[in-house]
Design a protein around this ligand. Structure first.
Ligand code: FE2
Length: 479
């Protein structure tokens, strides 16, 4: 089996197992729980689905008292229960159509997911999320306890943010809902929740376009910043002949970063990417001296997700849609003059990576360091720009636009995006935690790296009892 096919193997559930330390020493003072979410079971009944449409599997590693206790649980989704009972895929997915061809998908604009994208801690729970819903899990056992209150924002054709973000300015969780326009343009509604899931703020604005696909978001002192990754071809999407994400295009201005005022009636600021470029994630954004600065991950061309279909299920539709992303991901820096509205974007060709992470208390504030999943050594994976198949962790200097340091696990070891956990006061004084998969050994590990000496490699390695496929995103639950 090719190494990169590890992605398509469903992980085993594990409940409360202490992980053996196989190298190094657990750092003193490292307390909290590392989380990951990613596709697990990749069949809906007998229907194989695209990797990104698999049902979510959440894993946790609790560091406490010199021990690390591990859980891995499949999210108990009502959708999964219905589909497994029916023996086939019922809900059209972003990357997988319902079986039965065009007619089985005609007019089906409401998409379902396996809640396999993001994982975060809020309101005393661990939450697994994607754009059609968030699901609460018990913070210790990861048993699914029910829908998250955030889901009240969605329903119908309205999608919620797959990736809400903690805002240190307000102490709130910032999320959005995106509602397609029927006659007019699409709109976005930003909502802030307190730690008891009570709504504390709400702002609704027009997006001025149809078919907007929003993804990552972050709040600065005065703005909600959100990344629009492209535009759906709505008629093509509705006709049902193509999987929805294959109808995404990049006409000029389709991928952009938006800054929506948190208070008052100021204009929605638009920060377009260069024509033909695409962004997905925002590492961070902040305001300083009358300017808004936002660092996003970018690609030249349209990212091709067809490679993440299970073997034999690729569609090859992309050629009919537009150019493929062959270059990236790079960190790019947007600088917006909040007075004049003038905008500049710089693509840092020497700072590459995806699924960015910063020190969390710098969110919405001035930052310098960004930690990413980076390609490093090339294994047998078919493409360079799918971060699910990356082999390294990199520390990027967002001010200079260069890669500061990198840990490369080698061509047969896959590494998830890193999670930064603070140790001291300096911005980069902390640990980086990541999950790995060694294809040669067929096993998984959890590694602890020192963010100030990343290239030295792990200071601790722990063995997982069973392999984990690649994660979409990771998270941290502090005590
Ligand atoms: Fe994401």
């Amino acid at each position: 089996m090719p190494d990169h096919h590890y992605l398509f193997t469903a992980p085993a559930e594990v409940r409360g197992l202490e992980l053996p330390l196989i190298a190094g020493a657990l750092p003193e003072g490292l307390r909290g729980t590392l989380l990951r979410n990613g596709p697990g079971v990749q069949h809906a009944g007998r229907t194989p689905v695209h990797f990104l449409d698999g049902y979510g599997t959440v894993a946790s590693a609790c560091f406490d008292g010199g021990r690390v206790v591990y859980h891995a649980r499949h999210v108990d989704l009502p959708l999964a229960r219905r589909e497994q009972a029916a023996g086939r895929l019922l809900g059209r997915r972003p990357f997988t159509n319902r079986p039965g061809g065009r007619l089985a998908n005609l007019g089906r604009m409401q998409l379902s997911t396996g809640a396999a994208h993001e994982v975060y801690a809020w309101g005393g729970a661990v939450v697994a999320s994607d754009a059609d819903g968030h699901h609460c899990l018990d913070a210790q056992t990861l048993a699914t306890t029910g829908p998250a209150p955030l889901n009240a924002l969605g329903g119908g054709l309205t999608q919620v943010s797959a990736m809400p973000r903690f805002d240190p300015h307000s102490g709130h969780l910032v999320a959005y809902a995106m509602t397609p326009g029927v006659l007019g343009s699409d709109s976005v509604t930003f909502v802030e929740f307190d730690a008891q899931w009570r709504e504390r703020a709400r702002v609704k604005r027009s997006l001025g376009v149809k078919g907007a696909l929003l993804h990552d978001t972050v709040a600065t002192e005065n703005h909600y910043v959100v990344v629009q990754l492209g535009l759906l071809d709505v008629p093509r999407f509705a006709l049902g002949g193509m999987v929805p994400l294959d109808t995404v295009g990049l006409p000029p201005g389709a991928s952009r970063v938006l800054a929506v005022p948190r208070r008052g009636e100021g204009p929605v600021r638009v920060m377009p990417l260069p024509d033909g470029w695409q962004s997905f994630h925002v590492a961070n954004a902040y305001e300083q001296d009358g300017r808004l600065v936002a660092d996003t991950t970018t690609y030249r061309g349209l990212l091709d997700f067809d490679w993440l279909n299970p073997p034999g299920l690729g569609r090859g539709h992309r050629a009919a849609v537009g150019p493929q992303a062959e270059v990236g991901p790079f960190l790019s820096r947007h600088v917006l003059d909040l007075g004049s509205g003038a905008h500049q974007v710089t693509v840092h060709h020497h700072a590459g990576g995806e699924a960015p992470c910063i020190r969390e208390d710098r969110t919405g504030r001035r930052h310098r360091w960004v930690y990413v999943s980076a390609q490093g050594s090339r294994g047998d994976e078919p493409v360079e720009n799918a971060y699910y198949w990356y082999h390294a962790v990199a520390k990027l200097d967002a001010d200079s636009g260069r890669t500061d340091s990198l840990w490369d696990a080698g061509p047969r070891v896959y590494v998830t995006a890193p999670q930064f956990v603070p140790r001291g006061e300096a911005e980069d004084d902390g640990w980086l935690l990541a999950w790995t998969h060694d294809a040669a050994q067929g096993c998984g590990e959890l590694v602890v790296l020192d963010a100030t000496q990343l290239a030295r490699g792990p200071v601790a390695r722990l063995a997982l009892p069973a392999p984990l496929p690649a994660a979409s995103h990771v998270g941290w639950m502090a005590y």
